[in-house]
Design a protein around this ligand. Structure first.
Ligand code: NDP
Length: 525
């Protein structure tokens, strides 16, 4: 077992608290991050296997993960899983489920605590993989690793809580209990944009609850997922509990989702892929004995609303951070700024000034704010939206790109119509649409008028408007007088409404329930 059982109990009794972020103004932290960057650099270009049932399986057919800041730099070559290997992995995961489901919750939690400890020790290393493989800044990468540690700590406590006695109404003459049991084999399909946190969160929630997992990493971020597999191996998680199946979603995704022995899918990614999974998972396959559960977290077109009572400097800072952190590649990114007429020009001016000060470039340096977007396809798509934006709004900052990496300038369009494509469609890049509203009512109406409902923010000093927004701003994560990104595990359980997903809340106290089913047990006395 990864940690002694008494240690697990006492650790689980400690209230959860968020992992502190690294202070990169300290020289020792800068040095440690530079050393980890050098260490990881020396490991670039290796070839990685699949991991099925604890066995490493090399495939002749591989795909390459590259550094988006320097596309000729190979991060690694990864085995391209076949449809037959999907079947093999699910069968092994199903066989492993028979034993893993009997492992007591405390023991399962011990693996999560041990993995959290390992990840803390390897923090700078994990950051370095993210800096190279997806172009995160030091600060963004560090927050991503911290969030992953949080998920491990949080779900370890949660699995122990759920294994405890559950509140149930007493009935004279009977003993009644409610227990949460696991579901079975799950497919975990994470995105590349929180390549550590979301991947670790969905995977660890699945096995913490007693399920076994097929982890199919995003094809642009497999090295980060592999680093987590190393950690699971080091903490001696039994083989077959988490199986690593790299490969293209468009090739193996359907085989995974359609498989008769698959019980659930935990997916985070785009709207279109989410919808496809939702539809396919709902179809009954021959011999399938259950309804598959889909836990889907999808896109966003999130807004920062500013009214005339707001602290305008704080609002401008919040708009810029929400729009351009990690190059705008967050589901929570504030890609719309909706500003009431009375203060529109003032706020826009401040946003423009702050945006012009952002640095774009060498993301291996601690002070660079923005790196590249994830790949060439993303760059092309974003540049197409910038062209569309030129006919839908007034380009006031950016619009250009620099090579050879996939760098795009932070870009702002002003005077955008609320129904313009750049105000409705998720661009997933550093493009901000600024929209003028007549007044607060109009702003709120515009904010709600998209098919998504993930995050939203309001800058206002008016308590009545704040109260109204609490009731009427229809988003899963609503923030007042702060940016709309940066949710913390436990503090801001995260997940959205409408086309943003199945209304789940990662890092919340009802999340683990999604990975279980409840069994009521009653005995006549
Ligand atoms: P994608 O939907 O392109 O990919 C997500 C995952 O799905 C990847 O692992 C991908 O594999 C896989 N996939 C692709 N096609 C299929 C298929 N047919 N069947 C099964 N799996 C498939 O999203 P991105 O990775 O580009 O991530 C960005 C998106 O994620 C944005 O829309 C963003 O808003 C959303 N997101 C939502 C969050 C939320 O909490 N609501 C949080 C973070 C991101 P492969 O890489 O091989 O194509």
């Amino acid at each position: 077992m990864a940690i002694a059982s008494t240690a697990v109990i006492s650790r689980a009794q400690q209230p959860f608290s968020n992992e502190p972020l690294t202070d990169f103004s300290k020289e020792e932290n800068k040095r440690a991050q530079r050393e980890a960057l050098a260490e990881v650099k020396s490991e670039l270009g290796r070839t990685y296997p699949l991991i099925i049932g604890g066995k490493k399986i090399s495939n002749a057919d591989t795909f390459t993960s590259i550094n988006p800041a320097q596309p000729d730099q190979v991060i690694g070559h990864f085995a391209r899983a076949t449809v037959e290997q999907v079947d093999e992995a699910i069968k092994i995961a199903a066989a492993t489920f028979d034993s893993w489901k009997r492992v007591p919750a405390q023991e399962r939690a011990a693996y999560l605590f041990a993995a959290a400890d390992r990840l803390r020790q390897r923090r700078f290393r994990m950051n370095a993989w993210m800096i190279y493989e997806v172009g995160k800044s030091w600060v963004e990468a560090d927050a991503d690793t911290a969030e992953a540690i949080d998920f491990l700590e949080f779900y370890a406590r949660e699995t122990i809580r759920l294994a405890g006695e559950q509140p149930i109404t007493r009935l004279e003459g009977e003993d009644n209990r409610l227990v949460y049991i696991p579901l079975g084999v799950g497919a975990v399909i994470p995105p590349w944009n929180f390549p550590c946190a979301i991947m670790v969160g969905m995977t660890s929630a699945s096995f913490a609850a007693g399920n076994t997992v097929i982890l199919k990493p995003a094809s642009t971020a497999p090295a980060i997922a592999y680093e987590f597999m190393r950690i699971l191996e080091e903490v001696e998680l039994p083989g077959g509990v988490v199986n690593f199946l790299s490969g293209s979603g468009s090739v193996i995704g359907d085989a995974l989702v359609d498989h008769t022995q698959l019980r659930f899918i935990a997916f985070t990614g785009s709207r279109d892929v989410g919808l496809r999974i939702y539809e396919r998972a709902s179809r009954h396959q021959k011999g399938q004995r259950w309804l598959k559960r889909s836990i889907l977290e999808m896109g966003g077109k999130d807004a920062v609303v500013v009214d005339e009572t707001a602290d305008l400097d704080a609002a401008a800072t919040g708009i810029v951070a929400s729009a351009f952190g990690f190059q705008g590649q967050k589901c929570s990114a504030g890609s719309r700024a909706i500003i009431v007429e009375q203060v529109y020009d003032q706020v826009l001016q401040k946003v423009i000034e702050q945006t012009k000060r952002l640095t774009v470039g060498d993301i291996t340096q601690p002070d660079t704010y923005m790196g590249p977007v994830i790949d060439e396809n993303a760059m092309k798509k974003i540049l197409e939206y910038i062209e569309i934006g030129k006919s839908e709004g007034r380009l006031v900052v950016g619009g250009g790109h620099q090579g050879p990496g996939y760098f795009i300038e932070p870009t702002i369009f002003a005077d955008v119509d609320p129904h313009a494509r750049i105000a409705q469609e998720e661009i997933f890049g550093p493009v901000l649409a600024v929209i003028k509203a007549r007044d607060f009512d109009d702003a709120l109406q515009i904010a709600n008028d998209t098919e998504y409902g993930l995050t939203g923010s309001l800058y206002s000093r008016d308590p009545e408007r704040i109260k109204r927004a609490e009731e009427e701003y229809h988003v899963g994560n609503l923030y007042f007088n702060r940016k709309c990104t940066g949710a913390l595990v436990g503090v801001h359980p995260f997940g959205g409404f409408n086309m943003s997903g199945t209304d789940s809340k990662a890092g919340g106290r009802d999340y683990l329930l999604l990975f279980t089913q409840a069994k009521a047990i009653s005995a006549k006395k």
